[in-house]
Design a protein around this ligand. Structure first.
Ligand code: MSP
Length: 507
């Protein structure tokens, strides 16, 4: 039995709606979660990575009606697409949750029932502005701001969650826990939002208007509001309310709920107050990254400007897409996607720097040392400089990961890769080998250190680019992660490696 959760690490992505094809935006959050998971596994954590789909609600009901299939059939097809995309992008999640899973529905009902019994859910008539596109009531101010579409005035009886009564407690929690909402700018945004009185949350929809949802356990005429249903996945997906809560207690509270800034309020206000009302601890960090933009506008199906991740992955490989997305977005800020910048990044970092150094060193070891790792001789200053650069990499990586500075981490690893290339230029093994054919200790030292540095860099890059680095690590028999310097054994056989990243020629 697992006794403490010092080693546990729980990370989630949003549950994606099943009315949109997976695009680069969805892929980004999911790859990010995968990369953070893999790094944490390498750091010795017991990781649980949850992703899935959000399947109830008006939009899904309408989309399925249009296609003449049942909402569940409609959802099944989209689920297949998401799962295929994640597989092709080498996303190694632990569990894929669907809000239509019986187990999830049962747990949502249980929470609703207990909040209703507790008096935190009440029935009331409400007249207000309703945005069909966002599937929620909005305030007149929100209408003015113009971010909502298909607005109608609706007067109906509904169930409300007493969210307002947790406002003070939530503000205190945010103030007491500086890491609760990240980055800082988003934390400030939420604190600003909480300066105004918080409304109670309408958590039901009458079945006469919408029937594709989880029925309220205390009123058959209503279904649950889609957000109240979907947010609960974060606990239902790790065994909340099962078998002594063993798994749940091990992983909860989540280390990270990842998402983009579009769903900040639901995660930083609705979700924590729902948890407070249920006496469940709050997640450690809610992290909202920026948007991937195309021509300065957010990618979305309705604008028709989506980039399909699989098109790129099929053409250039999943690793290069993963690397580009991690390297080109400063976490927290928006980033612009262009094919041009993708190709530039690919050619410069992957084909030129990493691919080239691997190829160079493996070919030289094959040629001069019969494909066996040579035995190093004495180190000179140039060798020592390189060794020093590779010292404490493990500590540095942990720091970047802890601070979620993934693009800086990628930059750091590539500075190491470039150092190997520079080192080779200085030591010129092709020259030392020719000049001293019978005394190749200097060449041996150079190539020993180079292949060792390639080992470390490939292990560092593995969470970001699991495919190509696996080819390298298998060829040098180094799949077992150990970031300490000097692990590769002299005399060890090195297999040949195909060109990892053929240059993309721009027409
Ligand atoms: N179903 C809700 C989430 C419920 S979570 C309990 C939802 N789904 S969504 O399909 O619209 O996904 C939104 C999320 O997809 C964003 O928060 C982000 O993680 C990702 N992205 C969608 N478009 C994006 C960009 N253009 N850029 C970056 N991420 C984007 O909201």
């Amino acid at each position: 039995m697992k006794l403490n959760n010092m080693k546990s690490f729980y990370i989630t992505t949003p549950l994606y709606y099943v009315n949109d094809e997976p695009h680069i935006g969805h892929a980004y959050t999911t790859i990010l979660a995968d990369v953070i998971s893999r790094f944490n596994k390498n750091l010795g954590k017991d990781v649980f990575f949850l992703t899935g789909t959000d399947e109830h609600g008006q939009k899904v009901q309408e989309a399925s009606e249009k296609r003449g299939v049942s909402p569940k059939e409609h959802a099944n097809e989209y689920v297949k697409r998401f799962k295929k995309t994640w597989k092709d992008l080498d996303i190694d999640y632990d569990y894929f949750i669907r809000t239509t899973d019986e187990d999830h529905k049962k747990k949502v009902k249980k929470i609703l029932l207990s909040l209703h019994e507790k008096g935190d859910i009440y029935f009331d008539e409400y007249e207000g502005l309703y945005s069909v596109s966002e599937e929620r009531f909005i305030t007149p101010k929100e209408k003015e701001e113009g971010d909502f579409r298909e607005i109608k005035t609706i007067k109906e009886k509904n169930y409300f969650f007493k969210m307002s009564q947790y406002q003070k407690k939530l503000i205190k929690h945010i103030n007491d826990n500086p890491d609760f909402i990240q980055p800082q700018s988003r934390r400030n945004e939420i604190l600003g939002f909480l300066k105004k009185p918080l409304n109670d949350l309408c958590i039901s929809r009458p079945k006469s208007r919408l029937n594709w949802g989880i029925e309220l356990p205390f009123d058959k005429e209503y279904v649950t509001y889609v957000w109240f249903d979907a947010l609960i996945n974060y606990i239902s997906g790790i065994g909340w309310d099962e078998k002594d809560n063993e798994k749940f207690n091990y992983y909860w509270p989540a280390n990270y709920h990842l998402m983009a800034k579009d769903i900040l309020t639901t995660h930083c206000v609705y979700w924590p107050t729902m948890l407070m009302a249920s006496n469940i601890k709050l997640p450690k960090t809610i992290f909202a990254h920026g948007w991937w933009l195309i021509d300065d506008i957010k990618m979305s199906k309705s604008l028709g400007n989506v980039i399909k991740p699989l098109d790129l992955a099929n053409e250039y490989g999943s690793d290069s897409l993963r690397y580009y997305l991690m390297r080109n977005m400063v976490l927290g800020q928006d980033a612009t996607f262009t094919l041009d910048s993708f190709i530039r990044r690919y050619n410069a970092d992957l084909a030129n720097d990493y691919g080239n150094v691997v190829n160079r060193v493996v070919v030289l070891i094959a040629k001069y040392f019969n494909s066996k790792v040579p035995k190093p001789g004495e180190y000179n200053n140039i060798d020592e400089d390189l060794i020093n650069e590779f010292k404490n990499t493990s500590l540095k990586v942990s720091k970047y990961i802890k601070e979620l500075k993934i693009h800086e981490l990628a930059e750091f690893i590539f500075s190491l890769v470039r150092s190997i290339n520079k080192y080779l230029e200085k030591k010129e093994p092709w020259k030392t080998y020719k000049d001293f054919p019978n005394q190749n200790e200097v060449t041996a030292t150079t190539l020993y250190l180079s292949i060792e540095c390639i080992r470390v860099c490939s292990q560092l890059l593995h969470p970001i680019m699991p495919n190509k680095t696996k080819i390298v690590l298998e060829a040098i028999d180094s799949m077992k992660i150990n970031l300490n310097f000097g692990q590769i054994k002299s005399g060890q056989k090195i297999d040949s490696i195909p060109t990892l990243f053929p240059r993309i020629e721009v027409k």
